[in-house]
Structure formats: structure tokens, C-alpha cells
Design a protein around this ligand. Structure first.
Ligand code: 5GP
Length: 114
């Protein structure tokens, strides 16, 4: 069996993490190095390594991640707006090989991103 990912270990309670939401198919963690006043990571329980590894079978799961993002953004009071980001691969600075949807808000976010 492949090594479990950092996010699997956090979701399984083996490593510490601030989990703010959980359901049967995903969890939401506070980012350890927040880039905005609210910086949450919506992580599927299925350890898909990157967007490049997505298959048609994952379509409902990825849709679910966005619905959860919308709900937690509302719960966090991000009424002024927020950004959702999947980093994919080296040029996008993906550092954890288990897909996760960043939800950033609580300040004005520049565009284009760095
Ligand atoms: P990526 O660069 O892969 O898109 O995002 C990985 C994110 O995971 C980064 O924003 C980073 O701060 C966060 N991160 C890295 N290690 C940990 C950790 O141990 N716990 C939590 N909660 N977040 C982490």
C-alpha cells in the first residue's frame, strides 16, 4: 500500500490539525501557514495526488468539495468574497500530493496571483 499522505494522517488523527468540518467524503483544515485571515483547505478523504490524476469517477467528489467550500466560506463570514484555488504541479507550487481546495478570504486578494 502506498504511504499515507500528510492530510490522510491529519484526517485520521495521527497528526495534529485544526479540523473545522468533516463529512464522509472530505474534511476542512485550517492551513498551518495562512496566507489570508481565513485560509482553509477542503481535502477529500480519497488521496488523489493532483488534478492531473482526476478521472470521470471523481466528478461528483470535486463538485462536493466546492459545495463544502461555499458553506464554510459562509460560516466564516466571508461576505465580501473569497478565492478558491487548486494548485497543480511544480509551476503552481503544489507542495502536498493530495488534492486540496484552498479557500482564502478576509482581505482583498490581488490579481494576478504571484
Ligand atoms: P499546496 O502548496 O500544495 O497547494 O498547499 C499545501 C498547503 O498545505 C500549504 O498552504 C501549507 O501551508 C499547508 N500545510 C503544509 N503542511 C501542513 C500541515 O501539517 N498542516 C496543515 N493544516 N496545513 C499544512
Amino acid at each position: 500500500m502506498a504511504d499515507r499522505t500528510l492530510f490522510q494522517k491529519i484526517m485520521d488523527g495521527e497528526l495534529e490539525g485544526d479540523i473545522v468540518y468533516e463529512d464522509g467524503s472530505c474534511a476542512v483544515l485550517r492551513d498551518i501557514n495562512p496566507q489570508a485571515p481565513t485560509h482553509l483547505l477542503v481535502v477529500p478523504r480519497k488521496p488523489i495526488p493532483s488534478l492531473d490524476a482526476l478521472t470521470e469517477e471523481d466528478e461528483p467528489l470535486v463538485g462536493h468539495l466546492f459545495v463544502v467550500a461555499r458553506k464554510i466560506a459562509a460560516e466564516a463570514g466571508l461576505t465580501g468574497g473569497y478565492r478558491t484555488v487548486f494548485n497543480n504541479g511544480e509551476d503552481a507550487n503544489q507542495t502536498v500530493d493530495h488534492i486540496h481546495l484552498h479557500v482564502l478570504g478576509g482581505r482583498a486578494l490581488g490579481w494576478p496571483p504571484g
